[in-house]
Design a protein around this ligand. Sequence first.
Ligand code: INI
Length: 160
Amino acid sequence: MGETPIYEGQLNAEGKRFAIVASRYNEIITSRLIDGAKDCLLRHGTEAGGIELFRVPGAFEIPLIATRAAKSGRFDAVICLGTVIRGQTPHFDFVASEVGRGVGRASNETGLPVIFGVVTTDTVEQAVDRAGGRTGNRGAEAALAAIEMVALLDQIGTEE
Ligand code: INI
């Protein structure tokens, strides 16, 4: 029996273009996610001009702009960043599930990696932990996932 081919995306983002779609809500935390994502992309070879940032009011608005960016043909992947904190919003479940569903749909409908880097937590402290605090930076993790997915799609080749 022959070797099973294994395809894994390499973490090289040279020449790739990324859209970051980030909400303004909970700006202190989300700005750290944006910094983490940009730093990760740059350290993996993306040129500064290969990153464009789109700001939306809240996480609920992310899917529309993410879908539009994905359809524009200008990007290899879209990275969605935001912060939804349960303690601050009675409609947490609604906002969190809508953005999750919307980002997933944007990816499947456009065929482009649209990555979910939205932090959803019960408390501000937990959100800080995930934005460069004790448990890493969810923005950087989302950027890494985007790089890996772009490289993996390159390996599969074109549709048709
Ligand atoms: N949007 C967030 O991104 N995070 C939140 O924690 C949040 N809270 O707390 O309500 C939030 N709400 C706004 C929402 O995303 C929309 O912008 C708004 O409902 C207008 O459509």
